[in-house]
Design a protein around this ligand. Sequence first.
Ligand code: GDP
Ligand code: MG
Length: 193
Amino acid sequence: RGSCASDSSDSVISTGSEAESPVYKVVLLGEHGVGKSSLARVFGGVEDAGHDWDEAGNTYDRSIVVDEEESSIVLYDIWEQDNSQWLQDQCMRMGDAYIIVYSVTDKSSFEKASELRIQLRRARQSENIPIILVGNKSDLVRSREVSVDEGSACAVVFDCKFIETSASLHHNVHDLFEGIVRQIRLRKDSKEE
Ligand code: GDP
Ligand code: MG
């Protein structure tokens, strides 16, 4: 597979969006096992067929209509692709927006999310990049280790949006991507004024 900076990666799964609408690069970050690839597949409309996929990394290209306006999102699920510093540095640099995922059933993934937020801030100092903190696996009620309140408090501290999702139940996944598009548009508009 090619570099993540390439726009014509052969791993792009396109679900048919014509050009013209703005294209936003969105990068998934988070510890292994939190559900990044699952969220990406729900977003990309790729059916799971009941088995766990285990690819190194993928890129999904889809158009999405939010508030009657079309945008294209290229979603990069490549954070863990080869665990190289080079690739991770690229990831920190390339996104128009970021989705930082933790699992509500895994406290250490929540702590890792904070680290990633700090890393991102360092990499993109003066920029005001949209970030959404995502607590995934909200369906696993009995093994929850991170409460909704802890998640949203963390988002306040880190000045980003927050949502809980369940990739398994497809719960809030659409809202997550709508939220990303709205945030990107808001920042764009305020820059242009
Ligand atoms: P990644 O390493 O961050 O890409 O995580 P994966 O998407 O590969 O998911 C890791 C494991 O968690 C897989 O077994 C998924 O089926 C499972 N998983 C992902 N999202 C959810 C969810 O929302 N609920 C539940 N119950 N399991 C999930
Ligand atoms: Mg994965």
